[in-house]
Design a protein around this ligand. Structure first.
Ligand code: ATP
Ligand code: MG
Length: 450
C-alpha cells in the first residue's frame, strides 16, 4: 500500500475524550472513528488488525473441530420468549419493530437462534458432538459505553455453541474450547489467564473468563502469579484425546474474578510472594450450561438406547473487537503502538527519506515489489512529509519493522532496518535487509492477502 493513496488520518494530539491508552492510540493512529456512543467505523488500518485477529480465531476454532456458520444480527422476539429471556434481558437489549409491527431485536448473543437451528436438523446422538460458531456483530445497549472498543455498544464477537448427549460429553467439548482459547490468545501475543467466573444471564454452573492483566481493566482479579508461566499447548495437540490433564494444570493455581473470589482459599493456597491482586480485561468467556436452553426449547436427540433426551450445551465467546484494545494495552510505549507480528496491519513500513529523488524512488519501488512478491504487506511512505514526521508516524502506528531508504545510504549500497519493539537500528545491504524481513514472517507465504 502506498501511503500517498491510503486513508491514514493520524492525529498529533491526544484526543480529550479518550481515557485509556489503547483508545487514545487507536484514535491517534487513525484506526477507528466514533460515529455514536459505543459505535465505531473501522478505518482501513483498524480493519486490517480486526481481520488478522479474526483469522487467528477461525484457525484455532477450526483446528479444535468447531464449524463456522453465520446467523443474522436481527432476531425475532418470539424466539427469545421460548427461552424466557426476552423479558429478563432488560434495557441492554435493542428492541426493534418492523413495518408489519413484528417485534425484533438486535442480537446481544445467539443461544436461542443456534438452538433453533440445531433442533431443526439434528435428532440423533450419532451427529454429536457438534460445535457451531460464528464471528458476528452484536449489540448491547451498555449503560456506560467507554474506553473505545473495550466497552462498545456494537462490537464483534466470536460466539460458539456446543451440543452433546450428556454432561461428560459437554465437559470434553468445554475442554477443547478451553485449550483452543489458550492457543488463540497466545498467538496474538497476549497472556490471557483462565479464571473461575460467575455465569451471569447465560445461566449454568461452570465458567471461566479469559483475562488479560492490565491496570485499566474493568474487573478486579486475584491469582497465583505462577499461572503466568504455564506452557501453551502446541498446535498439534490431539483434540480427540484426553485434554483433562491440560485443564487440570491450568486450573490448579488459584485464579478467580472478584465475583467468585474466596479470600480464605486465596490466603491458604497461595504463598504471599505469589499473590497477584490486580485488574484485568475480559477477552473471552466459556460456559457449560447443561439443559438451560434445550429443555425450554425442546432441543432433544435420540440416544443410543432409543431414549429422547435434551442436549447438554455450552457457549464460548471471544471479544474480537475488544481484543484490539487489550493487545494495545499490553503492547505499547511512549511513542505509540507496538504490534505483535501476528496481528500487525502491515508487515513493515518502507520509508522513502527523499520522495522525488529519482534514485531513492527507484530503490523504494524495487523493494516494494520484491517484498510484496515475497508475501509481505508493505506500507510504503511515499509522501512529501519531513523525515521526522515520517518516523513519528511509523512509531505511532507500530509496525514491527521500518525499512528506511535514503540517498546517503544508497551511495554506499546500504539501507537502515529498525525494529519497533526494541528500537534497534541496523545498517544493512539491501539483500541482507530483505532476508531479515522475509525470515521474520515465516508463515506469510501461506496467507497472501493482497
Ligand atoms: P462484560 O462482563 O465485559 O460486560 P460479558 O461477560 O457480558 O462482558 P460475554 O457475554 O461473556 O460478555 O461476551 C463474550 C465476550 O464478548 C466477552 O468476554 C468480551 O470480551 C466481549 N464483550 C462483551 N461485551 C462487550 C462490549 N460491550 N464491548 C466489547 N466487547 C464486549
Ligand atoms: Mg463474560
Amino acid at each position: 500500500m502506498r501511503l500517498s493513496r491510503y486513508l491514514l488520518p493520524t492525529l498529533k494530539e491526544n484526543p480529550a475524550e479518550a481515557q485509556v491508552v489503547s483508545h487514545r492510540l487507536m484514535l491517534r493512529a487513525g484506526m477507528i472513528r466514533q460515529e455514536a456512543a459505543g459505535i465505531y467505523a473501522w478505518l482501513p488500518l483498524g480493519l486490517r488488525v480486526l481481520r488478522k485477529i479474526e483469522r487467528i480465531v477461525r484457525e484455532e476454532m477450526d483446528r479444535a473441530g468447531a464449524i463456522e456458520l453465520l446467523m443474522p444480527t436481527l432476531q425475532l422476539a418470539d424466539l427469545w420468549r421460548e427461552s424466557g429471556r426476552y423479558d429478563a434481558y432488560g434495557a441492554e437489549m435493542l428492541r426493534i419493530t418492523d413495518r408489519h409491527k413484528r417485534e425484533l431485536l438486535y442480537g446481544p448473543t445467539n443461544e436461542e437462534m443456534v438452538t433453533e437451528i440445531f433442533r431443526s436438523y439434528v435428532s440423533s446422538w450419532r451427529s454429536l458432538p457438534l460445535n457451531l460458531y460464528q464471528v458476528q456483530w452484536k449489540f448491547r445497549d451498555e449503560q456506560r459505553p467507554r474506553f473505545g472498543l473495550m466497552r462498545g455498544r456494537e462490537f464483534l464477537m466470536k460466539d460458539g455453541y456446543s451440543f452433546d448427549l450428556d454432561e461428560a460429553g459437554a465437559q470434553r467439548s468445554y475442554n477443547r474450547m478451553f485449550v483452543a482459547y489458550l492457543r488463540l490468545f497466545a498467538r496474538m501475543g497476549i497472556k490471557a489467564i483462565p479464571m473461575r467466573a460467575e455465569t451471569g444471564p447465560i445461566g449454568g454452573d461452570l465458567s471461566h473468563e479469559f483475562i488479560v492483566l492490565a491496570q485499566t481493566g474493568e474487573s478486579a482479579v486475584y491469582c497465583d502469579g505462577r499461572v503466568l508461566e504455564l506452557p501453551i499447548p502446541d498446535a498439534d495437540i490431539d483434540y480427540a484425546g484426553d485434554l483433562q490433564p491440560v485443564i487440570d494444570a491450568w486450573t490448579a493455581p488459584y485464579a478467580a474474578t472478584e465475583d467468585v473470589h474466596d479470600t480464605a482459599r486465596f490466603e491458604r493456597d497461595v504463598t504471599p510472594g505469589h499473590r497477584v491482586h490486580t485488574r484485568g480485561i475480559e477477552v473471552g468467556q466459556i460456559f457449560y450450561f447443561g439443559t438451560r436452553y434445550s429443555v425450554p426449547m425442546k432441543a432433544n436427540v435420540t440416544g443410543a438406547d432409543g431414549m429422547n433426551v435434551p442436549i447438554h450445551g455450552g457457549c464460548y465467546g471471544v471479544g474480537v473487537s475488544r481484543l484490539l484494545g487489550a493487545i494495545i494495552e499490553a503492547s505499547h510505549d511512549e511513542h505509540g503502538i507496538v504490534w505483535p507480528a501476528s496481528v500487525t496491519p502491515f508487515a513493515l513500513g518502507l520509508v522513502n527519506l527523499k520522495s522525488g529523488d529519482v534514485r531513492t524512488d527507484e530503490a523504494c519501488e524495487a523493494l516494494y515489489a520484491q517484498l510484496q512478491a515475497a508475501g509481505l504487506d508493505v506500507l510504503l511512505d511515499d509522501t512529501d512529509d519531513r523525515a521526522g514526521a515520517k518516523f513519528a508516524r511509523m512509531d505511532l502506528i507500530g509496525l514491527p519493522w521500518q525499512l528506511i531508504v535514503g540517498p546517503r545510504g544508497l551511495d554506499v549500497g546500504m539501507v537502515e532496518l529498525k525494529q519497533r519493539s526494541n528500537g534497534e537500528r541496523r545498517e544493512l545491504s539491501i539483500e541482507a535487509a530483505v532476508q531479515v524481513l522475509v525470515a521474520s514472517y515465516p508463515n506469510e507465504k501461506d496467507h497472501p492477502h493482497e
